[in-house]
Design a protein around this ligand. Structure first.
Ligand code: GTP
Ligand code: SPV
Ligand code: MN
Length: 588
């Protein structure tokens, strides 16, 4: 497949270490994918679903102890501990390599070593990067085939270059106690052992496109962010692109594919999806910030996805999709999850693999972090710029999280540095996307807490520096919160498609077409400036979720201060200054 010396040398080392029975290059061909699907069905690794209703779709169940990212077992192995920073786990690289190679040694015996050459970003784009993942899992191969651009063309583009990322995945025994997801940013190396689940093993995704790429971006004036990218088309055909960072399972896929309310679609407004999870952004020739989605598919949360909440995501899963840890409906050999419809199957198998009757069981049938892996090209609203090698110009960056209280529906930062501050103080209730407690508020700056590959204080500085690089072309920065609750725990904002009403205000602010009220935390729309037409919502409720409660924010500021202390002298002075001026404005 290639004569690249650096590639061949590493593969020789790996083969000697892992001792596979067989070695197979992934060439990106349809025939190979078909053969691997058939093999995975023979061994029981995957189940072929109803090919009339769900052509080329398959179901996979992971081990019950292996259903989400494991942040406690994820490590940044920089030479110096301080370079990993206070928010990452660190391991000495020499120790880590030794431990990981000891765990992986001989573990491919009786198995096949698959070699996946892949490109993050359109092949040949100046913004794209190349990686090689070796794995002993067909499930990983087939997921990577959907999520990235794979095959021979990638190697041809790489040529003799040594500029690529090494990724070793070994399933071993799926032993939780020996599960490690390790990153060596100074060596462009990722090693993942004892897992078979999504973000732990699809090494192009969080490991490369965020943890390693954030480190690369820091050195070369670009940004790798946990962000969706979408285009908002107005009736005259103008498209404004925005990117948005929300923590895991907080609504990126949903916002990226939203269908505007009737009153807008009838006028000709449209939303186009460029990406739903990761954005790589760099200053373009015209001085603006350009973004590409390095991925080629969606690894989306299944529960809650339905024909009303996200019809475009649902449509994306109708062909060539792999479902992980959802319910298997035995009556028609299809899939189901909580929130798909009000008609759970009675004759079914749950995500654990046990018989399940959705009408009588009090257990959930699908895991809360069950997912679909769907090709991006399936998405009815995929952007015509999806494969653009240049990317799309970003007018606004939106931060957001899950906050029952305190944070208003939307506000705009005062300027770039204030926007960086707004991103740095993000907090959100934890979700099932990672193992551990759910619903606990934690600080998750820029939604990157689990994904920043270096010291987060330096990462904040990089954001500040990018503001200098971009100057007056820097995108405007906003914050949203779709998740405000009333005293009974009901959502106060309808969310989903209706979030377009907030996007409209954001676009208008970018174009200087909307007013705002200045508050201590930033610019907030007057309730009258959010269009409620066609929505059964009391304007007083809207007012209540736009309100900025200075008392609550003073408490918030204490929490921020405490959080900031972690970063010591690597917290940029600019952010310290931002916090003091916020406190000053709040106490006025
Ligand atoms: P990752 O893939 O984990 O990075 O997550 P994501 O940010 O893409 O999350 P996703 O869009 O899949 O949303 C996850 C959960 O948030 C689902 O349970 C959705 O139903 C819920 N959700 C998304 N948007 C909204 C909204 O506007 N309002 C409310 N109330 N819930 C929402
Ligand atoms: C997330 O947890 O933010 C995801 C899913 O997008 S995973 O790929 O598992 O990280
Ligand atoms: Mn994500």
């Amino acid at each position: 497949m290639t004569n690249n010396k650096s590639v061949l040398k590493w593969l020789d080392e790996m083969q000697a270490l892992l001792t596979p029975d067989k070695v197979v290059w992934i060439d990106g061909s349809k025939e190979q994918v078909e053969a691997l699907r058939a093999e995975a069905c023979e061994t029981g690794e995957m189940i072929k679903l109803n090919q009339e209703k769900l052509p080329e779709c398959y179901l996979h169940r992971t081990a019950v102890n292996d259903v989400a990212r494991v942040e406690g077992r994820t490590f940044i192995c920089s030479k110096k501990e301080e370079d990993a920073g206070p928010t990452n786990n660190w391991m000495d690289p020499e120790k880590a390599y030794k431990m990981l190679f000891d765990i992986a040694r001989g573990s491919y015996k009786g198995r096949t070593m698959y070699i996946i050459p892949y490109s993050m970003g359109p092949v040949g784009s100046p913004l794209a990067q190349i990686g090689l993942e070796i794995t002993d899992s067909i499930y990983v191969v087939l997921n990577m085939d959907i999520m990235t651009r794979t095959g021979k063309a990638v190697l041809d583009t790489l040529g003799d270059s040594e500029d690529w990322i090494k990724g070793l995945h070994a399933r071993c025994d799926i032993d939780e106690e020996k599960r490690y997801i390790c990153h060596f940013p100074e060596d462009n190396y990722i090693i993942s052992v004892n897992s078979g689940y999504g973000g732990n093993v699809l090494l192009g995704k969080k490991c490369f496109a965020l943890r390693i790429a954030s480190y690369l971006g820091k050195q070369n004036e670009w940004m790798a962010e946990h962000m969706l990218i979408l285009g908002i088309e107005d009736p005259s055909g103008n498209v404004t692109y925005v990117s948005a960072a929300f923590p895991s399972a907080c609504g990126k896929t949903n916002l990226a594919m939203l269908i505007p309310p009737e009153g807008y679609t009838s006028k000709g407004y449209k939303v186009w999806t460029v990406g739903d999870d990761i954005a790589w952004m760099r200053k373009g020739e015209d001085g603006k910030l350009y973004a590409i989605n390095p991925e080629n598919g969606f690894f989306g949360v299944a529960p809650g996805t339905n024909a009303k909440s996200n019809p475009n995501a649902l449509a994306s899963t109708m062909q060539g999709t792999i479902f992980t840890n959802v319910v298997h409906n035995l009556d028609d050999n299809t899939v189901w999850w909580e929130g798909l419809d009000k008609n759970p199957p009675e004759n079914a198998v749950d995500w654990v693999g046990e018989p399940w009757n959705g009408k009588t069981s009090d257990k959930k049938g699908a895991h809360p972090n069950s997912r679909f892996t769907a090709p991006a090209k399936n998405c009815p609203c995929i952007s015509s710029e999806f494969d653009s090698t240049k990317g799309v110009p970003i007018s606004a960056i939106i931060f957001g999280g899950r906050r029952a209280q305190t944070t208003p529906l939307v506000y705009q930062s005062r300027d770039w540095n204030n926007g960086v501050f707004v991103g740095s103080i993000m907090a959100s209730e934890t979700t099932a996307a990672a193992t551990g407690a759910v619903g606990v508020v934690r600080r998750d700056p820029m939604a990157m807490l689990p994904f920043c590959g270096y010291h987060m204080g330096d990462y904040f500085k990089h954001w500040i520096d990018m503001g200098e690089v971009l100057g007056e072309n820097a995108p405007k920065i906003f914050n949203v919160n779709w998740f405000r609750l009333d005293d009974e725990g009901n959502f106060l904002w309808p969310g989903f498609g209706d979030n377009f009403r907030v996007l409209e205000w954001i676009v208008k602010r970018c174009n200087g077409e909307a007013d705002a009220n200045e508050t201590a935390i930033g610019y907030v729309p007057a309730a009258e400036d959010i269009n409620l037409e066609g929505l059964d919502m009391d304007i007083d409720v809207l007012k209540s979720i736009l309100e900025v409660d200075n008392e609550k924010w003073l408490k918030e500021a204490e929490g921020i201060e405490e959080f900031y202390e972690k970063f010591g002298d690597r917290l940029p002075q600019e952010l310290r200054d931002q916090l003091s001026s916020l406190k000053e404005r709040l106490s006025k």
